[in-house]
Design a protein around this ligand. Structure first.
Ligand SMILES: Nc1ncnc2c1ncn2[C@@H]1O[C@H](COP(=O)(O)OP(=O)(O)OP(=O)(O)O)[C@@H](O)[C@H]1O
Length: 614
């Protein structure tokens, strides 16, 4: 089999699978729509057939408006004497058109429901697959590609589904027309079908071009999304660096490429349209010639046949257009499916177990035993290796080390977001594995350096952690995080909207809200990853004091460079190049000359931060 036939076959399979997916999600609705479609097309066909006896009256001078029906078995069976009154025929015509309009209406409503059921299901499936995937998969992806899949690509999938449904409608309508024309002249119908098939085959290269264009379109649109989302995400940085112009140039070049590809495609597809227009007139002329000269059809029959075929011709063109639209947009569906397959393959085990089985006990401690982890595919590139240490329950442990040494990676493992590549994590001696990892995550609160706040009120942002928390609970958590005072000063208090990603708050205020949100969760383990880096030393020391006050109520891990955020630690773990280099009690290591902790304290002790703040 040649390469192009294999390509065509696989494309056909993809489209068939796409159609099957629409029918499957639509269920009974799909069949109901199809029945209304067939009924609508049949009634339209019958109403056209009724024109034949009416046309026979044209030019008659006997004033007898009895309509003579064609002499065939079906008519003799329906109307034995073979004649009908003009008024009866006209009333039947009006009735048929009214019924047809009603069928069409039902069909359109069912089709619309079918389309939206399908598209919403596809969107939800991808959304859920993304949500249920392991964290690790996100570390290897561009978020703008996900944005694009869930918004841009999905619109194109909707376009493909719409066009495919249109194709089915046109095909049913064509079948109805052909059935009617078979009544008039089977030979001429066959003749028209052959012309139609030849034209459809001749236009195949144009449809293949549509497929290729669809793939280019996917790549172009992804580029466009990336540029726009990177620009919007980092607009402050872009402005501060005065590099807006490079983004403008990047977008401009993507748009120029899109324009060139589009114009190229239009140039090609309009050749197809022109070929079709000329070929259809040639076919029609041949058809009239053969009908008149070879088969001696009556004028009324030729007029109705022409009427039918004049209706068929544009439908053929529609078929070509819709088929091209399906082909252009199918790559978006294929891209979405492969993205979803990627997420499904990385689905987090133990799904649904988050709230089941009650809390896991953390009475003695959380231990990492000989843990290693690498990002990507190369095990030789471990970012942490042979990590063994414990977080004693109810105590505060500080994790220190230079930038890039692997502290956040360890935090993500403790948090249950990343699974150790080798080694174990034990909670009171019980291993945290695929089954209970999600449950464990429900007991951990994490405050990162880059705080995430929704464009919503402070209350809504806090309730993300505890949806049923009362206002009193919110205030308690805010005061614990030293955010109570500034929220009280706001005109709308808890109902203040924080802006997109919290832009209406200062960096320090955002961090304090994030800490309050974490505390509201009443976690077994609290992880603070540079969580106070945006605060001045006074506020840091206040928070340090509140965290100090939490000792005994929860297990705490603090990752920090500032002495104030580790001064209240019971234990210290120092790490370098992904390996543990020092573990011990805070006081002992602080006093030990040359220890990593004492060196860090002396070098990090800034003039703005008094030594005794904590
Ligand atoms: N998603 C990722 N994909 C690939 N490599 C990563 C990823 N995240 C981190 N790394 C690499 O892993 C190493 C450890 O990073 P990690 O963020 O854990 O360090 P860190 O000690 O927390 O640094 P910092 O103090 O600067 O936040 C670094 O070399 C970093 O480049």
């Amino acid at each position: 089999m040649s390469k192009s036939s294999i390509l065509r076959l696989s494309l056909f399979r993809e489209i068939a699978a796409f159609g099957a997916a629409i029918a499957q999600i639509g269920g009974r609705r799909a069949w109901t729509a199809l029945i209304f479609l067939i009924l609508g097309s049949l009634t339209e066909g019958i109403s056209i057939l009724l024109l034949i006896p009416l046309l026979h009256l044209v030019g008659r001078s006997d004033q007898d408006f009895a309509v003579k029906l064609p002499n065939n078995d079906l008519v003799r069976w329906l109307v034995p004497d073979g004649t009908l009154q003009l008024t009866t025929v006209l009333c039947a015509l009006v009735g048929l058109v009214a019924v047809q309009a009603a069928f069409n209406r039902f069909k359109s409503v069912y089709m619309a429901k079918l389309l939206f059921d399908f598209i919403n299901r596809v969107r939800m499936n991808l959304f859920e697959s993304i949500g249920k995937a392991r964290w690790g998969v996100f570390t290897r992806m561009r978020s703008s590609d996900l944005d694009h899949a869930l918004t841009g690509d999905i619109d194109r999938v909707q376009g493909a589904a719409f066009s495919l449904l249109m194709l089915v409608q046109i095909a049913v309508l064509l079948a109805g027309y052909l059935l009617i024309s078979m009544f008039i002249s089977p030979v001429m119908t066959l003749f028209a079908v052959v012309i139609g098939i030849l034209m459809f085959v001749a236009l195949q290269p144009f449809r293949m071009r549509a497929t290729a264009f669809g793939r280019v379109l996917t790549a172009n649109r992804q580029d466009q999304y990336r540029t726009v989302s990177e620009f919007l995400g980092g607009i402050k940085v872009a402005k501060s660096l005065n590099v807006e112009a490079s983004y403008f140039a990047q977008l401009q070049s993507t748009l120029e490429k899109m324009k060139a590809d589009n114009v190229d495609y239009v140039r090609n597809s309009t050749i197809g349209t022109a070929v079709f227009q000329v070929a259809s007139v040639v076919g029609l002329s041949l058809f009239i010639y053969v009908a008149l000269v070879r088969f001696n059809l009556s004028l009324a029959e030729i007029v109705v046949l022409l009427l039918v075929f004049m209706r068929i011709a544009p439908r053929f063109m529609d078929m070509q257009t819709q088929a091209q639209q399906v082909l252009i947009n199918m790559p978006a569906y294929t891209a979405m499916r492969s993205l979803q397959a990627r997420f499904d393959a990385e689905r987090e085990p133990g799904d649904g177990a988050a709230g089941e089985g009650g809390k896991l006990s953390l009475a003695t401690g959380l231990n990492l035993r000989d843990v290693s982890f690498f990002y990507g595919d190369d095990p030789a590139k471990s970012v942490v290796t042979g990590i063994t240490f414990g977080l004693p329950a109810g105590k505060v442990t500080a994790l220190i080390g230079p930038s890039g040494s692997g502290k956040s990676t360890i935090a993500d493992i403790l948090l249950g977001l990343l699974e150790p590549t080798t080694g174990k994590m034990l909670l009171d001696g019980v291993e945290i594995d695929a089954i209970n990892r999600r449950r464990w995550r429900g007991q951990v609160a994490y405050v990162p350096q880059d705080v995430f706040l929704m464009h919503d009120t402070i209350a809504a942002n806090l309730r993300l952690a505890a949806p049923r928390a009362s206002d009193d609970d919110l205030w308690t958590a805010l005061h614990q995080a030293h955010a109570g005072e500034f929220v009280e000063r706001l005109d709308l208090g808890l109902e203040t909207v924080v802006g997109d990603r919290g832009v209406r708050l200062s960096g320090g205020e955002r961090q304090r809200i994030a800490l309050a949100r974490a505390l509201l969760r009443k976690p077994s383990l609290l992880i603070l990853d540079e969580a106070t880096s945006a605060l001045d030393w006074q506020n840091q020391s206040l928070i340090a004091r509140s965290i100090d006050g939490l000792r005994g109520t929860m297990t705490i891990l603090t990752i920090a460079h500032r002495p104030s955020m580790i001064a209240f630690a019971d234990w210290v773990v120092a790490i370098e190049n992904g390996r543990i280099v020092e573990v011990g009690q805070y006081q002992r290591l602080k006093e030990k000359a040359g220890s990593r902790l004492s060196r860090m304290l002396s070098s990090e002790q800034s003039e703005t931060e008094p030594a005794n703040v904590a």
